[in-house]
Design a protein around this ligand. Structure first.
Ligand SMILES: *[C@@H]1O[C@H](CO)[C@@H](O)[C@H](O)[C@H]1NC(C)=O
Ligand SMILES: *[C@@H]1O[C@H](CO)[C@@H](O)[C@H](O)[C@H]1NC(C)=O
Ligand SMILES: *[C@@H]1O[C@H](CO)[C@@H](O)[C@H](O)[C@H]1NC(C)=O
Ligand SMILES: *[C@@H]1O[C@H](CO)[C@@H](O)[C@H](O)[C@H]1NC(C)=O
Ligand SMILES: *[C@@H]1O[C@H](CO)[C@@H](O)[C@H](O)[C@H]1NC(C)=O
Ligand SMILES: *[C@@H]1O[C@H](CO)[C@@H](O)[C@H](O)[C@H]1NC(C)=O
Length: 339
């Protein structure tokens, strides 16, 4: 019996190969083809995703034929506002943008520069009004009105706006509704301009001085966050804030973390990252912004005057404490002269 079984098995072994191998071969071929197919697919996907990752760069470089690039198609719009007609510019494409920033990072100055462009309207900090960000549907309704060109502000231009946007601070609902907002920005092809400040200590000085002035109203009894003359700037910078050196490091870390989070959350948008210090030092950066928004180049100007100029040492009451705390840390660089 055992022998029988054995020979039966042997028979199986002997008999099977000729019959089984075509099937086996076919299976192997099938598996092979599937694996190949998947591999090719994954390569394609990788290329597509790396293409969209390097989108900003690619488009940056080919700015002279921006109208022609099919990759840009979803990024241009032809809105039909309800409050007015676009007249002779009806056929001109419009791009949507948002400036994502933090208070006292130079975004006010940056926005006035942008608004000096004849084809650009940036409508200010529209989400500083709490009602507009009290829930996501309120946020979306507000955004829609801006991008339909139906938002009226002192910055609204005319029918020939080719770039329309506003300024959005990180603490104005942007992080709360980040998922829905990210989706909106990508769906509408909104160009994101991140504007941050490298020297967070200067930002802190500016913030403390600004909130002091809210109560002190140094300029003849009116509070001003931005000024247009040296005289006013000097008046405001007379106040030297006292910085809490105990909580300084942790406050700086918090600012750093918030910035990093924002960059991470909105990384998949079409974006450009700018630093205030670079804009101050290098005016070519403004051309980068105009290219990014597909605008014809213009010289951009602002009447705003910087409030805290010169060495930071002159603007902090307890400079010795502050420099002692930061000395030897990664934030030490903030103490040194930057412009
Ligand atoms: C910019 O505005 C000017 C004047 O309003 C208009 O003639 C021109 O077509 C606009 N350019 C773009 C790109 O929309
Ligand atoms: C959203 O907020 C607006 C304005 O504050 C309010 O009128 C509306 O009822 C809110 N909607 C929801 C769904 O909560
Ligand atoms: C404040 O008021 C004085 C006198 O009324 C005037 O000379 C000065 O220019 C004003 N300063 C500012 C910054 O408005
Ligand atoms: C400075 O910060 C520390 C830690 O956050 C806090 O306990 C302290 O009250 C602060 N000092 C002042 C003067 O605000
Ligand atoms: C100024 O900015 C331009 C464009 O971003 C860059 O190519 C150039 O190297 C910068 N110049 C300096 C001196 O940093
Ligand atoms: C920082 O620390 C070093 C060594 O501890 C010291 O020589 C230097 O003067 C300090 N700098 C400041 C700005 O306090």
């Amino acid at each position: 019996m055992a022998e029988d079984l054995c020979s039966f098995h042997m028979n199986l072994f002997i008999l099977r190969p000729p019959k089984a191998s075509p099937l086996l071969l076919r299976m192997i071929m099938l598996v092979f083809a599937t694996v190949c197919g998947l591999y090719i697919c994954s390569i394609c996907l990788k290329q597509i995703s790396s293409q969209s990752k390097s989108f900003v760069e690619v488009i940056h470089r080919s700015c002279d034929n921006y109208g022609m690039n099919p990759l840009r198609a979803p990024y241009v719009h032809y809105p039909q506002p309800q409050t007015f007609g676009r007249a002779e510019c009806e056929g001109n494409p419009v791009r949507f943008f948002v400036i994502i920033s933090m208070q006292r990072s130079g975004s006010g100055w940056f926005e006035t520069l942008l608004n000096s462009h004849i084809n650009l309207s940036s409508n200010g900090e529209i989400f500083s009004i709490r009602d507009r960000r009290s829930n996501i549907s309120s946020v979306v309704r507000t955004l829609d009105r801006v991008y339909d060109l139906d938002w009226l502000s002192s910055a609204s231009k005319n029918e020939c706006s080719a770039a329309i946007g506003f300024k959005w601070m990180l603490n104005q609902g942007l992080m709360e509704y980040r998922k829905e907002i990210l989706d909106y920005l990508n769906r509408k092809g909104v160009h994101v301009i991140f504007l941050f400040r490298r020297n967070l200590l200067r930002r802190m000085v500016s913030e403390l001085a600004n909130s002091y002035d809210r109560f002190a109203k140094l300029l003849n009894g009116t509070h001003k966050s931005h000024v247009h003359s040296l005289e006013e700037a000097n008046m405001l910078s007379k106040y030297k804030p006292l910085i809490n050196s105990t909580s300084l490091i942790s406050q700086l870390k918090q600012m750093d973390l918030l910035t990093a989070k924002a960059l991470k959350y909105f990384h998949d948008t079409r974006h450009i990252i700018l630093y205030y210090e670079d804009l101050v030092k290098n005016h070519t950066k403004l051309l980068d912004v105009q290219d990014f928004l597909g605008l014809p180049h213009m010289k951009l100007t602002s009447r705003q005057v910087k409030i805290h100029k010169g060495p930071l040492e002159e603007h902090i009451q307890n400079w010795n404490d502050v420099s002692k705390v930061l000395n030897g840390t990664s934030y030490e660089i903030f103490l040194h002269k930057d412009y």
